[in-house]
Design a protein around this ligand. Structure first.
Ligand SMILES: [Zn+2]
Length: 160
């Protein structure tokens, strides 16, 4: 499928390689001591450490969440207010170290740390996966989970 144009899942952002994303994710994991807090089942601690940077983690109860998102999304990042919104059960499961919930939280943090903004792009070139905000955020989350010792079968970071 070489000639098939890449279908963006998210918005088009400046391209990043997996190596660049991986370095950023590993730095975040290290600086915020994610491994230590995972062991303590206190991932809420590193999330709280984001607040001095003006970053808000907005935890919503299930009723609010369904009302605002129609249950269509598992998490949300607003680049204008630097707010990550999460449903309560995802937040609590992530804090306790649940892999799938952590993936959702780290995906949203990926959008934040990688500086994703809604840009109005006009380009004659077709987008590539490296410019896809969703691919970048997923890659960020995968690397973080890898640093925490979770095995993800789709990962192949032999070159890092
Ligand atoms: Zn996303």
């Amino acid at each position: 499928m070489e000639n098939e144009p890449y279908q963006l899942r998210g918005s088009r952002v400046p391209p990043m390689t997996l190596k660049e994303i991986s370095e950023t994710a590993k730095g975040f994991s290290r600086n915020f001591e994610l491994k230590k807090y995972l062991k303590l089942k206190r991932i809420d601690k590193p999330l709280e450490m984001l607040s001095p940077y003006g970053i808000t983690i907005d935890v919503k109860n299930e009723v609010q969440w369904i009302k605002e998102t129609f249950g269509l999304t598992s998490g949300h990042f607003d680049p204008n207010s630097l707010t990550i919104s999460l449903p309560e059960h995802t937040y609590e499961l992530a804090c306790a170290g649940d892999k799938d919930a952590l993936f959702i939280v780290m995906h949203e943090i990926g959008h934040l740390i990688l500086g994703h903004k809604a840009l109005f792009h006009s380009s004659n070139k077709l987008p590539t996966y490296q410019e896809d905000s969703e691919w970048q955020a997923d890659s960020f989350a995968e690397v973080i989970l890898d640093t925490l010792g979770f095995s993800l079968k789709q990962l192949s970071f032999d070159f890092l």
